[in-house]
Design a protein around this ligand. Structure first.
Ligand SMILES: NC(=O)c1ccc[n+]([C@@H]2O[C@H](COP(=O)([O-])OP(=O)(O)OC[C@H]3O[C@@H](n4cnc5c(N)ncnc54)[C@H](OP(=O)(O)O)[C@@H]3O)[C@@H](O)[C@H]2O)c1
Length: 335
């Protein structure tokens, strides 16, 4: 036997904002590992806005989770028992088996990570899905040029904070928005954004017109909803928008709905790039190497908000949806 694991299950389908009792911590017996399998202890797990989507019946990219099933998501851990030649005890591995403290899996389901390259949790953030999303959306799709203006929302979050910095590296003027003045100070002072808009207290349309009087050349959209609509109205002709996420809508009963003013993109010849990080998978080694280089040379800020303790993973999940994070929200399972 490989012992007992604690996992987080969905107890009922959440409506609106997540509640603690939508979930339960349950103990499960793990089987003895078979040939080719390993037992992994998770050290870090990621909480991401997209996880809110697979808790709904509308979910597309990920199959909707059913009541009683265990949540899943990015995690990194260490192999503690092994019957797989390529993953000896002590190997660091990345999986999509978060929301559990330990698990048994076949080695083929796991990605070995180089713990010498960067701290383990980086593979859930800047050197993982977050980095791939920010880099792919910015450099492969939007392709900012010096002298152009980009609006980035969710700019103090994991993806947004990288997009701000990547766009600045190409010489773009960056307008950034987030939900507090403290985040605004960080986004301008530490990340280099040229202007900040507090979407809670400022009039977004007025500020976009003030900071980009000739219109926006690009938008990197993490928020959707009203912020996307305001940005569409502020686009310059031939502008381009990378549609990354729509967190404003994730607690609503229809997160899939689009902007009411989509026709404006036709009139202005605006290109919309709907995308997800998976499309950059073949570029991932080059993207990760480039980001790892920037990180090692101290050229990019990689902020993390760390919630300690597996017991607090639902609080962290609720927190990332409520804006309690600056940079990447992570749960440290093993201290
Ligand atoms: N397409 C892909 O492959 C892909 C991959 C990763 C992430 N994403 C998407 O990218 C976006 C950012 O993800 P992330 O992992 O980097 O998360 P994150 O930005 O680190 O965290 C989410 C942030 O969203 C903000 N927020 C919450 N509710 C909001 C609202 N109603 N209006 C405006 N902002 C709100 C909060 O900051 P404030 O304090 O500013 O409100 C919060 O910190 C999400 O939409 C996510 O689904 C897409």
């Amino acid at each position: 036997m490989s012992g007992i694991a604690t996992e987080v299950t969905m107890q009922r389908r959440p409506e609106g904002a997540l509640k603690d009792d939508d979930f339960a911590f349950v103990e499960r017996s793990l089987p003895a590992i078979a040939e080719g399998e390993v037992l992994v202890e998770n050290h870090w797990m990621s909480v991401d806005p997209y996880m809110r989507l697979y808790l709904t019946e509308q979910s597309g990219a990920h199959a909707p989770l059913q009541v009683g099933e265990t949540l899943h998501g990015g995690a990194v851990g260490i192999v503690v028992e092994s019957r797989a030649k390529n993953l000896p005890v002590g190997a660091a591995v990345q999986s999509m088996l978060g929301f559990r403290d330990r698990f048994v899996a076949h080695a083929s389901e796991l990605i070995p990570v180089d713990a010498n390259l960067a701290p383990l949790q980086s593979f859930l953030g800047v050197l993982g899905l977050t980095g791939l999303t920010a880099y792919g959306g910015t450099y492969h799709l939007l392709k900012p040029q010096a002298g152009e203006t980009i609006y980035v929302n969710g700019a103090a979050g994991a993806v947004g904070s990288l997009v701000v910095q990547l766009a600045k590296r190409r010489g773009a003027t960056v307008l950034a928005s987030a939900g507090s003045d403290a985040k605004g100070a960080w986004v301008t002072d530490a990340l280099g954004a040229d202007s900040f808009i507090n979407y809670r207290s400022d009039d977004l349309s007025e500020k976009l017109a003030e900071y980009a009087p000739d219109g926006l050349n690009m938008m990197f959209d993490n928020v959707g909803g009203g912020q996307l609509e305001a940005a569409i109205e502020a686009m310059a002709p031939m502008g381009r928008i990378a549609l990354c996420g729509a967190i404003e809508l994730y607690d609503s009963d229809n997160y899939r709905r689009g902007p009411a003013n989509l026709f404006t993109t036709i009139e202005r010849n605006v290109t919309l790039f709907g995308f997800n990080a998976g499309q950059f998978r073949s570029n991932a080694p080059a993207i990760v190497a480039d980001l790892a280089g920037m990180l090692a040379r101290g050229e990019i800020v990689n902020e993390e908000t760390i919630v300690v303790g597996f017991d607090n993973c639902i609080a962290a999940f609720r927190g990332v949806l409520a804006g309690e994070n600056t940079g990447k929200m992570l749960v440290q399972i093993k201290v």
